[in-house]
Design a protein around this ligand. Sequence first.
Ligand code: FE2
Length: 205
Amino acid sequence: MQNYSHASITAPRSDDFVSETIDPVVALNFINGIIDGRYPDLGGHQQRMRRNTISFARLIGLSLEESEFLAIGAGMHDIGKLHISDYIINKPSQLTTSEFLLIRQHAEIGCRLLNPLNLDPRITDIVLYHHENYDGSGYPKGLSGDEIPLLARAVRILDSYDALIESRPYHKGVATDEALLIMRRDSQQYDPHLLKLFGEIKFAD
Ligand SMILES: [Fe+2]
């Protein structure tokens, strides 16, 4: 029987560390250094997503600042998975209900882990809300439509796309066209305007 107790570790209080704002790019590089060494698959996933943010941000019409926040948030959105058991993260078969509930905690854990860095809330909102679905069926809060911050809605799409094209222990990656078809079929999960713009990106397969 696996011991998952560490998934409920309480993140440090913000006053345990610093009271100043940390440069988010420095924070991202630091976080990626840890993740790349420990979880190369997760590091690769976040870095691929960052690359697609440049084209996506341009199509959405984001400001320079928001584009940078999107890239930074995409590059650290799954940091909460550091607190989830390797057994669950790499499990090749279907997750049990209790395992699924544990892995869902990574969004809130990730946001709590970032608290001491005092990052712009538009970045930490990406980490917290990147699994919210446009129709309200996502987690952790079940937000819907424009209640979900814009940058989190964008990362929801970037994340799904990368999960579909990349081979993982539990599924074989598909080509870009097929990934977009699958996402359009499940379009209730995504901001329809953003999904349309995402389909205009010239992807390198
Ligand atoms: Fe995630």
